[in-house]
Design a protein. Sequence first.
Length: 217
Amino acid sequence: MRYARRCNVFAVTAEETVRRPGRPRNAHHDQTILDATLAILREQGYSGLTIDGVAARAGVGRPTIYRRWPSKPALVVAALVQSVHIAVPEVDTGSLRDDLVAVQRRQIRLMNLPENRRVTAGLVADLANDPELADTYVRDYLMPRRDAFFRVLERGVERRELRADADFAFIYDLLMGPLFMRAVVWGAHLAPAAAEDTTDVILASFAPPPKRRRPKP
């Protein structure tokens, strides 16, 4: 009965959507708005971005934006998610070390871009004071990236390159934490070798124990 009631609700919603009058959504406006949002984020950071500013940059009205995204946080996260420069990584080289090094190298390239550090620093500063932004950012931006990273670790466990009891979330934090601290907090340029260095620390800490040799008879 619960499933039937849920289906009925969806059916009514779909019917109402079909009957609702109005102009069809212009996909070109979507991209224009998101591009304008990213441009302002890079120039002014999260705190400097306003819906009015995005509307002016994109050449649309405020209602056009609000019909697509209900709030500034939702718009910002949507712009980050659609950016090809920070798309969800999908890596599978057949080797856990090579996969992790590839992920870290990509993260280093992103964090070494001054505009990316500025956007990240601004967002992080506002997460504590904007629960809506924090929830949206974690759900729509961070979690898909962490899930992709977890798939890399799962393959490592399957190939017996990683302990079966390894804490994936802890490994993720151990890999990303040093990069974030140096690039965003300290403002330092990340060396390419940081990819290998951080990866090797993880593998040394979470590799399966060596197989015991059977004593000779």
